[in-house]
Ligand binder design. Sequence first.
Ligand code: MN
Length: 536
Amino acid sequence: MPARKKASHSPVTEVTAGKLETYRAKRDFARTDEPSGGSAVSTKRKTTASKGLGDGARFVVQRHRASRLHYDFRLEIDGVLVSWSVPKGPTLDPSTKRLAIRTEDHPLDYASFEGVIPRAEYGGGDVIVWDEGTFLVHQHPDSAAALADGELHLELHGHKLVGHFMLIHTKGSDGPKAQWLMFHKRDGAAVDGWDPEDFPLSVLTGRSNDDVRTDAENPRPLPVDHPELVALDELGASGTWHFGGRELKLTNLGKVLFPASVDEAVTKRDLIRYSARMAPMLLPHLVGRPVNLHRFPNGIAEAGFWNKAVPKHAAEWIGRWDNPHARSGETITYFVASEPATLAWLANYGAIELHPWTSTTEHPDQPSYALFDLDPGDATTWDELLILARLHRTALEHLGVDAFPKVTGQRGIQIWVPIERGPSFQDTTAWVETVSRTVGRIVPELVSWKWNVKDRGGLARLDYTQNAVNKTLVVPYGVRAAPGAPVSTPITWDKLDSAELRPNRWNVRNIAGRIDEFGDPFSGIRTRSQRLPALD
Ligand code: MN
């Protein structure tokens, strides 16, 4: 993961938010990992790499293999990254002028973005941070004025790009799609015949675009010998820990959260380590979504409580979102976990269970999943629950819908159906209810439709009511507050036929080994775009 220096705080002003409207309108943050720039607090993150490269604002160049390879050149000006797409890439060769097409302003967080944008989305392709550093504008005291004049005399201090560059507006009205020219002046840093393609690796992570694609398509837990994880183990009962470019104050690391049973006790340090290791698996299901916390600060031996609101003492870099639809008395500011360090922070906060919303902060009323929650009653056996799950599998196969099952880590099974944004929660509720009632009619002896648990006679509930705003299910790979620290684990459909499957078979100790062996059955879920077929 990219190393980052301690963050400084930069609230998004209304002016900045307005500049990012185009950026946000083009993207669906339920599907892309790109930063939304939409949370109440954005952060400037200086990378370690840019340290010592001189004063000035930041620039970044991203190598982006979209439908066509190009380089995105971005300058930090007035709270956003002003951007140009340079098809052939910037060069130190002063004899070559490169076309640069102005594109929409990007949020500051974008400067550290490396990843894969799904093919069907805007800018679909893979992105690395090809160069970064600082810049000065020569002819004007402020870069915004030079930008408005359509002529930037730049001095770049990057790893690859150094020296004097000119960026000149040539054609088209200013703003998106305007044509500019970019070239290097003949100075001491100029290099004849210099080709950006000869230097194709990321300055942040040393990865190629191919490496980034491979990592994104096959997320894996961090290795246990990752230096930051080793440093966590070397801390005493409390201390300062550097993880994912952030500084965390950790407390009571030896506190037992899950008492010893068959296995050893699980301490707070163990939970933090798990959250950090599993960040590549957890974050895809959390970014861009409010998350409700089930907290057990004194461990699962005591009753836990739900915590939705971000407390005043939360680190300033923690992502958050103000719900514009909050009614009187409801939580306004929710957590949004968008980087690995947030997961570690939440674990230190005693949040054992993370329950992300089914919708995103951008479109809270439009779910990105239709959810089936197969909830066993007291009298429901595991075999009976498997019958219900297999009947759902058959129904969804018959409908031609791609659906993703997971065990809850407690007793149940859930099925997540990713959908194209559009339908309301009422629509998904109705659709899921219709499918589940069809299944229920085949095995009426196993299912109750009664609202109250005590009226169900111990039978299972096929709960379609989870399809509602601010109703949540535990995140894939999320820990459950139950003995042994079980984990809600994605499975493939064929596992329903395995005699060894149990709803709580995987836990914080053994899940990483399973992923190493079998991969992540949920890895395709976010990029799968489908419409729910009409039911009649
Ligand atoms: Mn691009």
